[in-house]
Design a protein around this ligand. Structure first.
Ligand SMILES: Cc1cc2nc3c(=O)[nH]c(=O)nc-3n(C[C@H](O)[C@H](O)[C@H](O)COP(=O)(O)O)c2cc1C
Length: 357
C-alpha cells in the first residue's frame, strides 16, 4: 500500500462509523445496515462482538452445536460488548431448522432464555412450527424476539410473511455455505422476494456474494433494508478459519474456484438438509475425489487427518462467489467495517448527485 493510501485508511478507521439509516437499523437499534451472517465453523461470539462494536448487527451460529458451546459463545460476545443486564443481548442466533426438527429445540430454548435480540431460522420444511414456538415462548416469558427467516423463492417469502416473520433474508445463489441450489442470483432474488410480500410485510435483508460497500449501496438502492455478509468476514482476525483456509480464499481468483456440493456433508455426516439445499465451498481434493466417485469412507479417512491440521486442501472452506475479491488474510473487523460503510456512504451520496435536486 502507498503511504498516501495508508494515511487515508488510518484517517478513515480513526473516525467514527457514519450512520446509514434504514427501517432495519431502527428495528435492530444499530448504526449501519451491515449484518454478520451466522457461520458454523466460521465465527462465534468474538467476531460477532467486533461487528457489533463497529455499528453492525451480528449472528452467532447455533448450527449443530451444543447448548454449552452456544452459551460460551454468547458469553464471549457479552464479555466484549458488555450489554446492560436489564436489556436484551444485542445479538442474534442462527438456527438450522432441520436440526431443530431433529429434536434439538433445547438450543432454541437456551437462546430465548439468554434473551437474545434476534433469531434467524434457515433450511427447514417446518418454519411455521418454529416461528410459532418463538412467539409462544416469548409470550409466556414477556420477551419479544425479532425473527429472521431465510428464503430462496417467492413462495417461501410469502409464507414467511404470512407466518409473521419480522425480516426475510433473500439469499442468492452466490452465497457461501449452505443455500438453495435452485436460488437465482441475488439481484433477481431480491426482486422476487419484494414482489412476493405485501407492502407492510417483513423487512428484507439481502445475502450472497456481498463483499464491498458499493454492493451494499446497490442493494439498498434496489430496496433491501440491510445486507448480511459471511465470506467477507472470514478473513477477519476473529474468524475461526485456519491460516490454510484464509490463504486458500485469498488465492482463489477465478469464478470456478467454488462449487455447490454435499461432499463435505458426507465427510462430517450432516445429511438432513431439505431438498435442494447444498453448500458453496472452495473446490479441493475432497470435492475432486467425491466427484470422481471414490468411496466416501476412503475420502473421509483422509478428511479426518486434514481436519486435525486445518488443511484447506481437504477440509471444507465454505465461501461465496465474492471470494475472488479478497486480498488480505488477517484484517481487524474495525477496518472491514470502516471500509464497507465509508464506501457505501460515498456511493449513496454519488447516486444522489445524479439527480437535479
Ligand atoms: C463458513 C460459512 C458457514 C455458514 N453457516 C451458516 C449457518 O450455520 N447457518 C446459516 O443460516 N447460514 C450459514 N451460512 C450462510 C450465511 O448465513 C450467508 O447466507 C452467506 O454467508 C452469505 O453469502 P456470502 O458468504 O457470499 O456473504 C454460512 C456461510 C459460510 C460462508
Amino acid at each position: 500500500m502507498s503511504s498516501t493510501a495508508m494515511h487515508q485508511t488510518e484517517k478513515a478507521t480513526a473516525s467514527p462509523i457514519r450512520a446509514i439509516h434504514t427501517p432495519l437499523t431502527k428495528l435492530l437499534d444499530v448504526k449501519v445496515p451491515v449484518l454478520l451472517a451466522p457461520m458454523s465453523t466460521g465465527g462465534g461470539g468474538a467476531l460477532a462482538a467486533q461487528v457489533t462494536k463497529y455499528g453492525g448487527f451480528a449472528f452467532i451460529p447455533a448450527g449443530d452445536d451444543t447448548v454449552e458451546n452456544l452459551k460460551k459463545e454468547v458469553q464471549a460476545f457479552e464479555d466484549i460488548v458488555k450489554p446492560s443486564p436489564a436489556t436484551q443481548v444485542p445479538v442474534g442466533i442462527g438456527f438450522l431448522v432441520w436440526y431443530l426438527d431433529a429434536k434439538h429445540k433445547e438450543l432454541l430454548i437456551a437462546a430465548l432464555d439468554l434473551k437474545v435480540k434476534a433469531v434467524l431460522l434457515a433450511f427447514g420444511d417446518h418454519m411455521d412450527r418454529w416461528i410459532n414456538f418463538v412467539r409462544d415462548y416469548d409470550q409466556a416469558n414477556g420477551h419479544s424476539t425479532i425473527i429472521f427467516v431465510v428464503v430462496h423463492s417467492g413462495e417461501q417469502a410469502a409464507a414467511a410473511a404470512e407466518l409473521g416473520a419480522d425480516v426475510v433474508v433473500a439469499q442468492g445463489i452466490e452465497a457461501g455455505g449452505h443455500g438453495a441450489s435452485y436460488a437465482p442470483p441475488l439481484m433477481v432474488q431480491l426482486s422476487v422476494v419484494q414482489k412476493a410480500i405485501p407492502d407492510n410485510g417483513p423487512l428484507i435483508v439481502a445475502a450472497g456474494g456481498i463483499m464491498t460497500g458499493s454492493h451494499i449501496a446497490a442493494l439498498l438502492t434496489a430496496g433491501a433494508h440491510g445486507c448480511i455478509l459471511g465470506t467477507r468476514f472470514l478473513v477477519a482476525q476473529e474468524s475461526y478459519y485456519t491460516p490454510s483456509q484464509r490463504n486458500a480464499m485469498v488465492a482463489a481468483k477465478i469464478n470456478t474456484a467454488t462449487k455447490r456440493t454435499l461432499a463435505f456433508d458426507y465427510m462430517v455426516g450432516s445429511l438432513g438438509w431439505p431438498e435442494g439445499i447444498d453448500g458453496r465451498a472452495l473446490k479441493n481434493l475432497t470435492t475432486q475425489e467425491f466427484d470422481a466417485g471414490e468411496p466416501v469412507e476412503e475420502i473421509r479417512a483422509k478428511y479426518e487427518v486434514a481436519e486435525r491440521e486445518g488443511d484447506a486442501s481437504r477440509i471444507a472452506t465454505w465461501a461465496g462467489l465474492g471470494v475472488v475479491l479478497l486480498t488480505r488474510t488477517n484484517e481487524p473487523v474495525k477496518d472491514i467495517m470502516h471500509e464497507l460503510t465509508e464506501e457505501c456512504f460515498t456511493r449513496l451520496k454519488a447516486v444522489c448527485m445524479l439527480l437535479d435536486n
